[in-house]
Design a protein around this ligand. Structure first.
Ligand SMILES: *[C@@H]1O[C@H](CO)[C@@H](O)[C@H](O)[C@H]1NC(C)=O
Ligand SMILES: *[C@@H]1O[C@H](CO)[C@@H](O)[C@H](O)[C@H]1NC(C)=O
Length: 285
């Protein structure tokens, strides 16, 4: 009786061990599956266990009809779904199907495969936007134009690479933050387009600008993209011209002074030599 109990107990332990280890080694854990998306390039990433498993990715926008992606029985731990998740403004979920790498035919066998579900993801609302490039063009001493380049996206349309503005359209705005060099106050303006005129600047001052993509239709915490590196105006060109004019006058003045000294010294020398000559010739021989 006691031995039967031991055997039963062992059996339970063993099967529990098999189940847990199978679970641990078999499929990516749900929390280890995540979406990486920048400028609407969309990649599903998961952690693999270094063993002979193959992964297939299925996706759905309603959790009922699952479409097979182009990632079928791959050994990588990521799948680029940029071409497949369309339209962008839908919430998608993916399933990673893990199977042992033992037969070459693709036959789904529910006994040996295991599905893990990804978190849901809406590319239009959740894709990160990269750092923005821009330049500052001086218009006159009181205003500049901030000239922004829309980042290119991972999306293509009939061979043409779309910019993030082609995708976000009116939802894309830019936040421009600027300050006068030497002062701590910052001012922000929102621009609907890629060029923004900033006026009422103090003449002759250096101003520094930073730009970030701004999507007010998104949740507050993800509205703002990363800030660019700041770009400053060259400061007052008139001041520089005045400076160089002063430098010129200074140089001329120094030259004149040197000339006057040389002339004075020469004249003095000559006069003294002439005096000595006069004195020598008048002396009795
Ligand atoms: C967006 O960027 C943040 C911060 O770098 C990161 O934590 C998040 O995972 C990114 N999201 C996507 C979908 O790539
Ligand atoms: C804005 O930048 C682009 C590219 O950098 C350039 O072709 C264009 O002429 C610039 N516009 C202005 C107003 O400077």
């Amino acid at each position: 009786m006691a031995s039967l109990k031991t055997v039963l107990y062992l059996g339970v332990c063993l099967s529990a061990w098999i189940i847990t280890t199978a679970d641990e080694n078999f499929a990516p854990k749900e929390e280890s599956i995540h979406w990486v998306s920048l400028d609407f390039k969309i990649v599903l990433v998961w952690t693999t266990i270094p063993s002979d498993y193959k992964y297939s990715v299925l996706y759905s926008s309603d959790d009922s009809v699952w479409k097979q992606s182009h990632c079928i029985r791959i050994s990588d731990s990521e799948c680029d779904l940029t071409e497949e998740l369309k339209p962008l403004d839908r919430t998608y979920t993916a399933i990673i199907r893990t199977e042992p790498d033992d037969d070459n035919d693709y036959d789904y066998d529910p006994d040996v495969s295991h599905d893990s579900k990804s978190p849901s993801f809406n590319p239009y609302r959740e894709s990160n936007i990269s750092v923005v490039n821009f330049n500052v063009v001086v218009v006159n001493e009181n205003s500049v134009i901030v000239n922004i380049t829309d980042p290119l996206s991972g999306e293509h349309d009939t061979g043409r690479q779309l910019s993030i503005r082609d995708i976000l359209k009116k939802d894309l705005k830019y936040k421009i933050s600027y300050y006068k060099s030497g002062s701590t106050g910052k001012r922000d303006i929102i621009s609907n387009s890629t060029t923004a005129e900033v006026s009422k600047l103090d003449a002759g001052q250096i101003y520094c600008f930073m730009v970030a993509a701004f999507i007010p239709s998104r949740p507050k915490s993800t509205q703002l993209g990363p800030w660019s590196i700041q770009q400053c105006t060259p400061g007052d060109v008139y001041v520089l011209q005045e400076l160089s004019l002063a430098a010129c006058i200074g140089a001329v003045f120094i030259l004149l002074t040197v000339l006057v000294i040389i002339v004075t010294v020469t004249v003095l020398c000559c006069r003294r030599r002439r005096q000595r000559n006069t004195f020598q010739s008048s002396a009795p021989v």
